[in-house]
Design a protein around this ligand. Structure first.
Ligand SMILES: Nc1ncnc2c1ncn2[C@@H]1O[C@H](COP(=O)(O)OP(=O)(O)OP(=O)(O)O)[C@@H](O)[C@H]1O
Length: 332
């Protein structure tokens, strides 16, 4: 069966890799599997509008961009039969990396040729969708700053984060997880559907995208000189082993704060007000993923080969409640 595919290209995402896509599509897209159309997004929100209009007209909408573009496309397709595919050309590409979609455009096109589908969970934050990771606190503050700069790409983040970190003040939040309330100062609160923000920075190393649960990560206020240890644990996927931070799983979370909260949905800045309600929407979005042996059959990649030699971390069981000892009863 030939499928109808719409490529939506965000021309400002990342560092401009997407400029080669029309050439690569004419070379690498398998015309026996489908026929495609291409549209370029013209403004923020345009990919969402075009994706909504594509439901019933197209079988697959391809987000060619970063997590912001993926959020716009995926949020429009939730609950529909139209699937989302990704060609990662953004700055972080968190969801694409989690789903093991190659970062090289020609390889990502070959994934689409394979037409393998999977259904994933999505999150809702005050009624707005997040597909990868949503958050409140320092990461949200960075997403608001990043939205205003022209210097995109991973380097843009690397320049901005240390500068903003030096002056950032943690806020106190009241957190209700599955009916239990906690009050504490936190550097950031993350609500993870996949395991990573992007660029292989893992906020929730054990998160599974189809388990019907949100991995809630609370990074408590900490002395700034201990930041390198936190950074290492984010990079080597060991945040869940640090005694200072809390990762638990839940279907519903409520966050309250005396000040209006800045939030982000997949890296896109949002204003949340003084109350945020986060819920899981289980198995609500159809996506295109690589077949199991796709990356194994790729050309020899020494870094990937090395990664495969490292045994995976054991899967932690679901934790119904926050470990109270960690937060201290005075915080309740
Ligand atoms: N033509 C356009 N002009 C300006 N902004 C656009 C245009 N098309 C899309 N956008 C917006 O660009 C923003 C950034 O896109 P995207 O998130 O895909 O890239 P990125 O930020 O470089 O990558 P990542 O999210 O992976 O870090 C999104 O908010 C999107 O809505």
């Amino acid at each position: 069966m030939k499928r109808k595919i719409l490529f939506l290209i965000n021309p400002i995402s990342g560092i401009g890799k997407q400029k080669t896509i029309e050439n690569l599509l004419s070379k690498d897209f398998n015309n026996e599997k489908g026929e495609y159309e291409i549209q370029y997004t013209q403004h923020r929100g345009h990919a969402h509008e075009l994706s909504k209009a594509a439901i019933g007209q197209f079988d697959i909408v391809v987000a060619v961009g970063g997590d912001g573009t993926v959020n716009e496309v995926g949020s429009a397709l939730i609950g529909s039969k139209t699937a989302m595919a990704i060609i990662p050309t953004g700055s972080g590409n968190g969801l694409a990396r989690y789903l093991q979609i190659p970062l090289r455009i020609n390889r990502a096109i070959q994934v689409i040729n394979e037409m393998k589908f999977k259904t994933i969970d999505t999150l809702s934050v005050n009624g707005q969708a997040s597909l990868n990771v949503a958050g409140i606190g320092f990461d949200a503050f960075i997403s608001h700053k990043f939205a205003d700069i022209k210097d995109r790409g991973p380097l843009g983040y690397m320049k901005m984060i240390p500068k903003e970190f030096a002056n950032y003040q943690s806020q106190t939040y009241t957190i209700t997880i599955e009916g239990e309330k906690y009050k504490l100062p936190a550097f950031l609160l993350s609500f993870a559907n996949s395991s990573q923000w992007g660029n292989n920075v893992h906020i929730a190393p054990q998160a599974k995208i189809d388990d019907g649960l949100i991995d809630v990560c609370i990074i408590k206020e900490f002395p700034k000189f201990t930041a390198p240890a936190l950074l290492i644990s984010l990079l080597d996927q060991s945040l869940d082993q640090r005694p200072y931070d809390v990762i638990t799983r839940a279907k519903n979370i409520e966050i309250e704060c005396d000040e209006p909260m800045l939030g982000h949905l997949d890296g896109e800045p949002v204003k949340l007000g003084q109350k945020a309600k986060i819920e899981i929407n289980p198995l609500s979005l159809k996506v295109v993923v690589p077949p199991d042996d796709f990356n194994r059959n790729a050309f020899f990649d020494p870094l990937n080969t090395l990664k495969e030699l490292i045994p995976p971390l054991p899967h932690i069981p679901n934790l119904p409640h926050l470990p109270k000892g960690l937060l201290g009863n005075d915080d309740k």
